[in-house]
Design a protein around this ligand. Structure first.
Ligand SMILES: Nc1ncnc2c1ncn2[C@@H]1O[C@H](COP(=O)(O)OP(=O)(O)OP(=O)(O)O)[C@@H](O)[C@H]1O
Length: 747
């Protein structure tokens, strides 16, 4: 049990896993507290001085730097990255300390601060360094060589308190890490922006943060268990521990723009900029859904089966083995079925449609070059047999070739009929540039555009019946009835992405990847340029990220999962979510069903079990809601209890907006400096927005996902429960508050 040696202002805290505490007399405790604060203040002062020195040195080095070559450029970029890291470390420059059995003392902070000389111990160890790990994971049962863990609470340059946990005095293994500091952090007013939790990460969270990056990881956790916190700290950890990931950037996928705004400050505050954040809707550059859609259609279009459907459709776009007629210099050539088949074989294994097309077209040019050369030789042979008219034609052909700069070096009279290598090359180049040949090849194997082809497929019942036999006639009819020409819907985006991938870029083989590689080499480890890299990655549809984090991952459809994996071929993916909070149209009810198709069977699951956000009294209301949602899971255990009991008020339809407005006004006053939010059935949101003061948001359960406020008012809970997947939605709605929950029931 932690022993706060300086009182912590957290009234309503109860550890669900309470353990024994060490006893100290009040006076001794006060003296010890004062000494401890003074001691840590001295360390914090030293850390600020060291930070200033390091920044001065960096500034001077950067001012003198004249990056002459790539190495110097990369070094300057690294220095700029380090400068940014030190600048961001001002909050929490020192936040923890561990004392070893061997008398060693180590301080932890947002950024590492080396000692004055190379032989000195670091003044502060970076929280992500391996030596920092016991701070998060040591327990009395497994003290990992530590005697004591101390959380140092600071405000700017001042130490305001310390919380000590002896690790050599107990047998209990279940207490929270740094309970005093944790509960103080949890009790703080919410600002509407998520904060960092480097100082108070809990053991089960740290296990996720530092898990192996190569294995896809799925983290299941109930509301408020810190999934988002963990996901974002994992990004910071991975970029620190595996700098090569920064060369490709990290993609963070969230459920909505509002959610991305909510978390936007966390990664920059952790010093990370090589990060792109997006929703599944905004992942494909140049494509934005503008059309709503029916839930059943979204469900059908989200199924993974569309991947084989689209594959079959794209295969059908390739020309059958029909002969190809070509004209060059007025002469007709026919590539017969056998030659066409041979050319098509060249495309086997080429992958995307356009890549295959490129290879086949090259092969066609080869075949035509051979055919022209053969015909020339044949004409010559006949000429030698004395056919004057044929000789005339040959002269004409060669003259035409000369006009087009075919450097045969031969004339009509001294030609020997066999083209040299150089002649053949030149002939091939001329064929490749010939507009007539290009037009014929285009007509035979056209370039295709993903948007046009998808719209064509989705509107054509016949095509769907051919390529999507997995769908029933009724399902096909629902798909065909969608007005795709009026714009894309959300479920079209992954279909477009899959189709664009199967088609490949016309005429720009691997351009995006080549581009990405060049950038990566220029910008290796360059945090200062991370934002630039991220911008470029966001613009490139087939950018391959170093790592992808998916938050609220339970919402993704099968096709959206494929869209994720396409962006990270190494499958270095961390997905965090709560299957019990799912509200989107798909039918998955467990993680295996949701991810196995895209992630294969290599993925691992971790669970988060403690709820840090929502007070126990509120969580107790959610068990029955979960049962009604059809879940067999229990809500997570809350680490805190509420100062104000959850309340319910009733009203009739007409009185609802006014009652909600009055309740909100009370809460805004009570949580001055904090935040209040309202969650309601979709149909009530607009009316409530009008009734509420500015700054108090009203939204549906789906929109509230991932967000939190000090106080939340849930309006018409029965109405929310009656929505599609409504009991899951109500579970979300009830778990948004950090302090107080009110429910307004509409009779
Ligand atoms: N170790 C921690 N230290 C301090 N605060 C924490 C810690 N873990 C979680 N929190 C806080 O608890 C709250 C809930 O965390 P978070 O939003 O990450 O939970 P979640 O599991 O993503 O919830 P939901 O499923 O409802 O979206 C946040 O205010 C977060 O800052």
């Amino acid at each position: 049990m932690p022993q706060p040696v300086v009182p912590v202002p957290t009234a309503n805290t109860t550890n669900p896993t309470a353990t024994t505490s060490t006893t100290t007399t009040p006076t001794a405790a006060t003296d010890a507290a004062r000494d401890a604060v003074e001691e840590e203040q001295a360390t914090l002062d030293a850390a600020w001085r060291r930070r200033a020195e390091l920044l001065d040195t960096l500034e001077a080095t950067l001012a003198d730097a004249r990056p002459a070559d790539a190495t110097a450029h990369a070094r300057a970029a690294r220095l700029r990255g380090r400068r940014a890291e030190l600048l961001h470390a001002d909050q929490g420059l020192v936040f923890g300390r561990v004392d070893g059995d061997d008398g060693s003392v180590r301080h932890l902070g947002r950024a590492g601060l080396p000692g004055a000389t190379e032989d000195d111990e670091p003044l502060v160890v970076d929280w992500r360094a391996p030596v920092a790990r016991p701070f998060y994971t040591a327990t009395p049962v497994d003290p990992q060589g530590l005697r004591r863990r101390r959380h140092v609470r600071t405000r700017g340059r001042e130490v305001v308190g310390v919380d000590d946990e002896p690790l050599d005095a107990g047998l209990d293994d279940s207490s929270l890490v740094g309970e005093g500091a944790l509960l103080a952090a949890l009790d703080e007013r919410r600002t509407g922006r998520m904060g960092t939790a480097v100082a108070t990460l809990q053991r089960e969270q740290d296990d996720v943060v530092r898990a192996d990056a190569r294995t896809p990881l799925v983290v299941q956790g109930g509301p408020g268990t810190g999934k988002t916190v963990v996901a974002l700290h994992r990004v910071a950890y991975l970029l620190f521990a595996h700098p090569h990931l920064a060369e490709r950037g990290v993609l963070v996928l969230g459920p909505s723009r509002r959610f991305l705004d909510y978390i936007a400050q966390v990664l920059p505050a952790l010093g990370e900029t090589a990060v792109v954040s997006a929703t599944c809707d905004t992942l494909v550059p140049g494509v934005r859904p503008t059309r709503g859609e029916e839930r059943d259609v979204a469900e059908i279009k989200g199924r993974s089966l569309w991947l084989p459907v689209l594959r079959r459709f794209v295969a059908s776009l390739e020309p059958a083995g029909s002969p190809l007629d070509l004209v060059l210099d007025g002469e007709e050539y026919e590539l017969g079925p056998a030659q066409v088949a041979a050319a098509r074989r060249a495309a086997e294994g080429a992958g995307a449609y356009h890549r295959a097309r490129e290879r086949v077209v090259e092969r066609v040019h080869d075949l035509l070059t051979d055919a022209v050369a053969d015909r020339q030789a044949e004409l010559l042979a006949r000429a030698e047999d004395g056919f004057e008219d044929v000789l005339g034609r040959l002269d004409a052909t060669l003259a035409a070739a000369d006009d087009r700069a075919l450097p045969t070096g031969a004339t009509g009279s001294d030609v020997d009929g066999v083209l040299s290598e150089a002649d053949l090359e030149a002939l091939r180049a001329r064929i490749a540039a010939d507009p007539g040949v290009a037009a014929a090849v285009d007509a035979w194997w056209p370039r295709r555009d993903a948007a046009t082809e998808l719209a064509r497929l989705l509107r054509d019942g016949g095509l769907l019946r051919t390529h999507a036999p997995e769908l029933t006639g009724e399902e096909i009819a629902r798909v065909v009835a969608e007005p795709v020409l009026d714009g894309w819907s959300s479920s079209d985006v992954p279909l477009l992405d899959a189709l664009a991938d199967l088609l490949g870029a016309p005429g720009a083989r691997h351009a995006a990847h080549a581009d990405a590689h060049a950038d990566a080499n220029d910008d290796a480890n360059d945090h200062a340029h991370g934002a630039e890299l991220a911008e470029r990655a966001a613009r490139t549809r087939d950018w391959a990220y170093g790592h992808v984090v998916v938050d609220e991952a339970q919402e993704l459809s099968g096709m959206q999962w494929h869209m994720v994996v396409r962006r990270c071929p190494t499958r270095s993916v961390t997905a965090v979510g709560d299957i019990d909070q799912a509200s989107s149209a798909h039918r998955q009810t467990d993680w295996g069903e949701a991810v196995s198709d895209a992630l294969g069977d290599r993925w691992r699951r971790r669970d988060l079990t403690l709820c840090y956000r929502t007070p126990r009294e509120v969580m107790e209301l959610t068990g029955p809601v979960l049962r009604r949602a059809g879940s067999r899971n229990d809500p997570p255990r809350a680490v805190r209890s509420a100062a104000v009991a959850p309340w319910r008020r009733s009203t009739d339809e007409a009185g609802c907006p006014a009652l909600v407005a009055a309740a909100v006004a009370e809460l805004v006053e009570r949580y001055d400096g904090g935040t209040v939010g309202v969650v309601a059935p979709v149909a009530r949101v607009a009316t409530l927005r009008e009734a509420l003061p500015t700054g108090v948001p009203a939204m549906s359960a789906t929109e509230a996902k991932g967000l939190e406020w000090d106080a939340a008012v849930v309006v018409d809970p029965d109405g929310i429960a009656a929505e599609p997947r409504g009991w899951n939605g109500l579970y979300v709605a009830l778990t948004r508050c950090t302090q107080e929950l009110g429910q307004v029931v509409v009779a």
